[in-house]
Design a protein around this ligand. Sequence first.
Ligand code: COA
Length: 385
Amino acid sequence: MREVAVIGTGMNKWGELWEKSLRDIFVEAALKAIDNSGIDKIDSMYVGCMTSGLFVGQEHLASLLSDYLGYGPIPTCRVESACASGGLAIRQGIIDVASGVSDIVLVGGIEKMNDVDGGGATDALATASDQEWEAFNGITFPGIYALMARAHMEKYGTTRDQLSHVSVKNHNNGLLNPNAQFKLKATLESVKNAVMVATPLTLMDCSPVTDGAAAVVLCSLDTAKKMGKTPLVVLKGMGHATNSIALHTRKDLTTIESTTMAAQQAYKMAGVGPKDINFAEVHDCFTIAEIMATESLGFFERGEGGKAAESGITALGGKMPINTSGGLKSKGHPVGATGVAQVCEVVSQLKGCAGDRQLKNPRRGLTHNMGGSGGSSLVHIWEVL
Ligand code: COA
């Protein structure tokens, strides 16, 4: 397998982008990544997108987007794994380069979610849950994560305030990210007292409905070196695992097994453990998801994720910064784009160009992207040479 480097990243400002179409949003991010990489050709392209058919009525997406991008007729396909579609697209791009089939690959992620109303968005997102056992009976994703939160609170004593700490931290980080959807200062009180969505999760525990795209350019390490790219960010480990979509068939609601399995694969491939990771972008679609992800990735013991958030360990100046970008909570969650944007953030941090939220000389970062309530998980480990 050839080693793979990231030589370009691109993102646009996320939010409610009424004036732009899905294809405009994608092309903008993709051209930024191409410009950032300095390349003039692409061998192939992967697009992470959960459900453009339901959100904007457009399928056959990869061909459409490569045509609008104007980089010639290239092999391209769309990749879908619910909210982990972007992470899965990254994995496919890596495999393409590592196998030697392609040398330069563009990986993009896109979702335009605001062209439907709130009910339409909830219905579209619910297709990532088990239709017969979950969606048909009326439960939505906030409801599913509320069940997980309650189980975690009962088993480990995780508190309402600990959930709030995750939201406050991610909104603080988002204030430093020019591309974030929300620029707001949250407090423990404003999170707890926001409108209740599904007990115990309030509006301020939920990621929002977002329009946005992100893109990265991958190539073989040899090619990146020949191009004189420095500093070089390379892939060190990757993992991909799935689990039952429906919550009721899981042994334990308080942990995300697919994440643990994907992380074990990634750590093994990279030859490192959780303690060797300097920072991470994790899938905080709801505050409880960040707490469970940080435990399932092995950063903290089971039941300790809430305490870690409360103690400040996961804050920007803490020992294990989590979601320096603002995470899904503040930066936004255009579902198909999220996994790609996580890589953009980790690469920016590793290259020392993360602006006001820059960490001090990080060497190794991890990205964790999850589909639904953990029906799929992707973990990637990145290192700066
Ligand atoms: N966090 C903070 N503020 C939010 C927000 C969020 N997640 N979602 C919306 N808002 C704000 C809006 O900006 C708006 O503010 P304004 O009145 O100052 O303009 C206000 O709340 C109402 O917005 P609206 O779009 O009407 O909210 P909504 O009630 O339709 O949607 C949720 C709120 C929580 C239901 C929606 O964001 C949601 O479904 N989130 C979860 C998405 C999801 O499940 N993703 C997949 C994860 S697996």
